[in-house]
Ligand binder design. Structure first.
Ligand code: SF4
Length: 368
């Protein structure tokens, strides 16, 4: 019992034989469909593919169109570099191959936007040539079938997968290379799915190593999570005699752009905080527990410090910037003239970053 024979038998009965790029299955049709399918599901691609083919039925019509028109037909599919590459590749086929789609692996691979798997899919499906493919579905099927551990995005795992994919080709009857290519994609899309694979209905279950070793749920290995760096900041809860809080708008660009927030400085050594040049206006200074906020690219550790200032409502505190001791972070260094004093309930009506809102709510709860 092998992989290829039961897969082909299953494909004859259960495979997808009515996809629009199968009629006719020319290199042009396979190529356009493969590019569209690179980041997009089959059901989404079908109407785009049909509209694209109505307007650009062959390489010549695609090459002669303007890029704007090609992208207009791509609009909604996303990843527009695919559309631009398709257009450029059509012009390359006209200029370098007399308008005939190349049948040579190296020449197809040289087309913009075509990688090893897409080149293999075109050659196998349009020209019935023995080339392997390794798209997302097939990677998952083979990683499970051969129980290959490791994230398929790594070079080592990819090499193992390509090796297995190419070895399997020797079992494929030469007249069935196109069907075999489609069968692998169909198995991955319909049974050997990312979540809840239907192994009980799978034609290759008897020889699947992931099934035999109870590793189906853990293969293929997921992408290792990147460790996000941690940044640190000292944020200042400045209070005046009326119990108001100083808030200032953040710059329009960058994190929390345009929201009101606390003045911030680089993190000071706690020792240094206490020794810092606080002016006579400071009545008390209390370090709050730190809090952590995570962005997609980094974590932010926030160290709040509450400072009671001997200033009243109308006093500007920005003048104290003059007294900043060079090199020692303190609140005055972070003050912005666009800020102002807010009563706590009014502050909570402003657009605030979530952790800043949390701090103000804590202040309000304490003083209620
Ligand atoms: S038995 Fe399950 S894990 Fe193995 S190839 Fe079939 S569907 Fe995938």
């Amino acid at each position: 019992m092998s992989f290829v024979a039961p897969l082909l038998a299953w494909f004859d009965d259960h495979g997808r034989h009515d996809l629009p790029w199968h009629q006719p299955r020319t290199a042009y049709h396979v190529w356009v469909s493969e590019i569209m399918l690179q980041q997009t599901q089959v059901q989404t691609v079908i109407p785009y593919y049909q509209r694209f083919m109505q307007r650009f039925p062959d390489v010549a019509s695609l090459a002669a169109a303007s890029q704007d028109e090609v992208l207009a037909h791509w609009s909604g599919l996303g990843y527009y570099a695919r559309g631009r590459n398709l257009h450029q590749a059509a012009q390359q086929i006209i200029n370098q191959h007399d308008g005939k789609f190349p049948q040579d692996f190296a020449a197809i691979l040289a087309l913009p936007g075509v990688g090893r798997s897409t080149a293999g899919a075109i050659l196998a499906q349009a020209f019935n040539q023995p080339y392997a493919i390794l798209d997302g579905n097939v990677k998952r099927v083979l990683a499970r079938y051969f129980a290959i551990a490791g994230w398929p995005g790594t070079t080592g795992v990819q090499q193992q997968l390509w090796q297995q994919a190419e070895q399997l080709l020797s079992e494929v009857p030469t007249h069935r290379l196109a069907d075999y290519t489609q069968a692998q994609m169909d198995l991955g899309a319909t049974l050997c799915t990312r979540s809840k694979p239907r192994c009980q209905q799978c034609p290759v279950q008897a020889t699947c190593q992931a099934w035999q070793t109870v590793q189906v749920a853990s293969l293929p290995s997921t992408k290792p999570k990147k460790t996000r760096p941690t940044k640190q900041t000292c944020c200042w809860l400045l209070r005046n005699k009326q119990g108001q809080l100083w808030l200032q708008p953040r710059p329009g660009q960058g994190i929390w752009g345009g929201l009101y927030s606390l003045p911030e400085t680089p993190l000071a050594d706690p020792e240094e905080l206490n020794l810092a040049m606080f002016e006579s206006a400071v009545e008390s200074l209390v370090e709050w527990p730190s809090l952590k906020h995570s962005f997609s690219h980094y974590h932010l550790m926030m160290y709040p410090v509450e400072v009671m200032l001997d200033v009243t409502l109308g006093d500007s505190i920005a003048i104290q910037k003059d007294q900043v001791c060079e090199g020692v972070p303190n609140y005055a260094a972070a003050l912005d003239a666009t800020g102002s004093w807010f009563n706590l309930p009014d502050a909570l009506e402003l657009g605030l970053p979530a952790p800043i809102r949390q701090l103000i709510e804590q202040l309000q709860a304490r003083e209620a």
